[in-house]
Unconditional design. Sequence first.
Length: 532
Amino acid sequence: MTRRQNSDLEKMLLLEQAARPAQREMLRLGLALLFVVGIILYITMRGGQFSYALLVAAIIGGYMAMNIGANDVANNVGPAVGSKTLSMAGAIAIAAIFEAAGALIAGGDVVGTIKSGIINPAAIADPNVFVWLMIGALLAGAVWLNIATFIGAPVSTTHSIVGGVLGAGVAAGGWGVANWGTMAGISASWVISPVLGGGIAALFLYVIKRTVTYKADMREAAVRVVPWLLAFMAWSFTTYLCLKGLNKLVKISFFGAALVGLVVAALIFLSTRPMVARVALQAENSKQTVNRLFNVPLVFAAALLSFAHGANDVANAVGPLAAINQVVEQGVIAGKAGIPVWVMVIGAVGISLGLALYGPKLIKTVGSEITELDQLRAFCIAMSAAITVIVASQLGLPVSSTHIAIGAVFGVGFLREYIKSHYGQMIATIEDHHRGADHAEVEAYLERFDAASIEEKGQMLAELKASRESMNPTQPPGLTKSERKGLKSMYRQELVKRSSFKRIIAAWLITVPISGLLGAMFFFTIRGMMLP
């Protein structure tokens, strides 16, 4: 083969490589359009009364469901992927299966027509206006989710549809149609959800560090503590699943759910204790050994969170569609609407398809682009998601599952920043005390300090402080106040990416206003097209 032929072949290979991203994008778009075509064929060929409004609503409902899958599901599996417990393909497969199962098995037969009571349906007398309102709201929520996914910002799908309903409702019936007290509660969740999620996740991580990874013998500590952590995880997830994942199938009180969780927790404790001991005591004494003990629990956490999400959040996609279907078939506007099987299938398939086609971007954002995650940190985030929802539901606090999960990631990252900074300052204190000493002596002391437990570290620092206070005046002075302040700045490591933090917080703050404006705009557009 001549040099010219080699050059032409290399150019062809380069062109082929450059075209691959466009080819993948076209494939994703083609599969999404195929889903939409399937919806169109079903609506036009099914029996019953045909309505163009129902056809449009079904298409937009499918579009909304795909955007929920692309954006919101990342919160359930992102930490497991970021900690390398699950591969991207494995996470998508688990989430798609359990999201669809949650929607179809536990999604319920009835859904509220107006999400969270944002507006009063009685204030919209004309059924046609109500249909236009719901179409505009659904489209607004879907478009904003699409934009948020494009910029890599995980946002609340509930807030997106709430904003759409509010904007379209106000456009249709005026300011008096809105329930502003309910909106105040939703606004409070912008702060409550991430603060609770972050605080609980950070607390779990701190407890695990103090009781396991800061111990000199981490294996022995893991044998003693990890079974209790797994039992508590079993209790929290069982209780969470009873209250939020199966509540539309079986009505159960908090006490009943907690009791069921307690039974499951006892079984998990008894079954995992010997397994944890066998694995831990046969491995090396390292944090990696402790991390490996949480691999299987994280897989179960991703599956259960996805099931509960599918059971609850499918209403964001199919609620407005079910309401429109009821108006078309019965000609009445009601606070509750029955969900036909075909409506639920659109929601379940749309969420799974959106996750598979466009979910990886947000999964990477949650799992690795905010802060570095390992199995311990991912476990704390999963625990926070379940515990926060349980606590908030009992206190009557409005919370967002998206804000909880992302707040937990931030909480873990900021705790790591604090611990790293504090540890750096301790090392600086040791080096300051040993100024002028032999280098080998300093290194030996630092090695002993690094291997010590947290209690031993505190004792060693206390001894250094006592020695400093009683030192000979001829010894070199300690660090001045300004020098210590400089050290704090020097050892402050940013383990949470600030650009991601600012982008996500900004997206949260504008979700309801933006989707509200879009809802009003779409309503006026649709009304203008439909009026004679």
